[in-house]
Design a protein. Sequence first.
Length: 298
Amino acid sequence: MRNSPTDIEHHTNSISWPGKDPNLNVSFADGVVGYDFVKTMGTRLVEGRDIDIYKYPTDSTAMLLNQAAVKVMRLKNPIGTVINADGREWHVVGVLGDFIYRSPYEKVQQLAVMGPKSWFNVIHFKLNSVNATERNLQAIQTIFKKYNPQYPFDYKFADESYTLKFRDEQRIGTLAALFAGLTIFISCLGLFGLATYMAENRIKEVGVRKVLGASVLTITTLLSKDFLKLVIISLVIASPIAWWAMSTWLEKYTYRVNIGWWVFALAGLLSVAIALVTVSYQSIRAAIANPVKSLRTE
């Protein structure tokens, strides 16, 4: 191809087809292949077949279009259509399912993949998963040096190149997780201190209740429920705000997930569990204390 399959930069406005509106100016990303494009890239064919110059010699002027291109061109039966591009006539042999070949943050645009009659400067290999990567690279380098000894063997892995496109989002995710963890830790410290203060203030009340027959579970529930009420109220207030903020942030992405209700339900359950664990320590400690020591000053 003319570029990496994860970063097809070359575009052309010179493509024309039967029935094209003369006032329509459409830009197509274009690439050049020899054979086994679909198999090598792991894409899918919606219609027709792949380009294969060994099986079909005329495929040197064959062309593959993606679904976005077919839609823009308004081709009802694209297979067999003659396309004019790069000063040559090309015949469409297959339609590719849309795949992200450049930015994952933009809608997939029109793509035309041409046979080897046009020029290209990037060769793609699909490595044999049975062999080690180092062994595969050595085999490729041997062939490369045999036919092109004057140039260095410069290679890139498609998966690594594609991962780099998400570098900023991964950094944001890491920072968000770090600050969320710090926020939860500081909140738990504050909640723990407040629970300690409350337990100390109600130590005599707890002693009286134990003398009158209250169980440890009853006293623990009594001391914990007020905190749980506050946590639940905060969840009711925060959830709509969080949903609005996340929805607004996700709108800038062409491909995005939907925020389901279960996300907030799970976050709520985790928040209640963390608050309960934090508060329960002091509540249980106060509940199992000897009531004689707490009442001896009365």
